[in-house]
Write a protein that binds this ligand. Structure first.
Ligand SMILES: NC(=O)c1ccc[n+]([C@@H]2O[C@H](COP(=O)([O-])OP(=O)(O)OC[C@H]3O[C@@H](n4cnc5c(N)ncnc54)[C@H](OP(=O)(O)O)[C@@H]3O)[C@@H](O)[C@H]2O)c1
Length: 297
């Protein structure tokens, strides 16, 4: 796979970290419900090795996937890591024994989380750490994140973290964090059907900050749309490939981390980096979110 077909390259602002825009999200490698070991551990290792062999050099993870399991699989599959591989992890959550997703954002929990990631990934420093806000429900909600970002900035000064990102945040929270430290990426929910972050993406693009959508394929509820299906038919592609290609077309600061536990799906997703969409197709796909908004209201 050539570097251009993986969506071209992007350099995180103010860093020496350059990645292909088509990356890989490792959340699907844990067991069902992102809990415990996968049903097929050697299959999980194979997916990671195939990703790197295919040119992926940006992997998204968290130590609370599994918990610990996903990072341990990444280490098993890829350590010692190839030069240029950027592993981005996130802090702010924990998984109690009932499998729920809970907040873990005290200074002690964030510090312990950095050490958990370092140990399980087998690293001396983490390339990029996102502070993931877990609010009272789903989605981003307002509220100060200054305390948590300050903790991460301190850990960065100590050399345990190289760069800081944010996840599940509002524009006001991004601005608040930027007053404390440099922010290199923002990871929020966004896809062709869910475009609440359009203005934020454009603002981050102006600043050269990466926007990394989670649930690019709809996450636990895979995207389904007649517009995706008909565009896919015309292009000789799959609807999922068209959804990924649309994201790459959306903005030059868009980095993709589609998740999969399947080598076949991984290959399909990476190939989407080479799809070109005509302006007419983009316009048709833009209609998906407009229709979804109408349904929501
Ligand atoms: N910051 C956050 O709060 C947050 C939240 C969620 C996720 N994330 C990150 O974002 C990454 C992406 O999100 P995600 O994995 O939850 O969702 P996603 O990428 O939108 O979709 C993953 C789902 O789509 C399926 N899939 C993948 N490729 C496919 C294909 N070509 N054809 C058909 N189905 C396909 C996968 O199943 P198969 O395994 O069967 O392929 C899986 O069920 C995660 O891996 C994680 O690293 C971050």
């Amino acid at each position: 796979m050539s570097e251009e077909t993986l969506g071209g390259r992007f350099t995180f602002p103010g860093t020496s970290l350059t990645v292909q825009r088509m990356g890989y999200g490792a959340m699907q490698l844990a067991g069902p419900g992102v809990w415990g070991p996968p049903k097929d551990p050697s299959g999980a290792v194979a997916v990671l090795r195939e990703a790197v062999a295919g040119g992926v050099n940006h992997i998204d993870t968290s130590d609370y996937y599994g918990p610990h399991v996903t990072n341990q699989i990444i280490r098993q599959a890829l350590h010692p890591y190839p030069a240029g591989l950027v592993i981005v992890t996130k802090l702010g959550g924990r998984r109690p024994p009932d499998g729920s997703w809970r907040r873990a954002n005290s200074p002690q929990q964030l510090t312990a989380g950095v050490h958990d990631n370092l140990r399980n990934l087998g690293l001396d420093a983490l390339d990029v750490v996102n502070y993931r806000v877990i609010g009272s429900g789903h989605g981003a909600e307002e509220g100060s994140i200054a305390e948590q970002v300050t903790v991460l900035a301190d850990l960065r000064r100590k050399g345990l973290i190289r760069h800081i990102g944010l996840s599940n945040v509002t524009a006001a929270q991004v601005a608040e964090a930027q007053a404390i430290t440099d922010v290199v990426c923002v990871q929020n929910l966004y896809n062709v059907a869910d475009r609440d972050d359009d203005a934020l993406i454009d603002d981050l693009a102006r600043q050269g900050i990466a926007y990394v959508p989670f649930f690019p394929l709809g996450g636990f509820t895979p995207l389904q749309s007649s517009a995706l299906t008909s565009a896919a038919g015309r292009l000789g592609a799959t609807p999922m490939q068209v959804a990924l290609a649309w994201l790459l077309h959306r903005s030059p600061n868009m980095l993709l981390i589609p998740g999969t536990s399947s080598v076949a799906h991984l290959r399909e997703n990476l190939a989407a980096g080479g799809l070109t969409l005509s302006p007419q197709t983009v316009a048709e796909l833009d209609g998906i979110a407009a229709a979804a908004v109408t349904v929501k209201h």
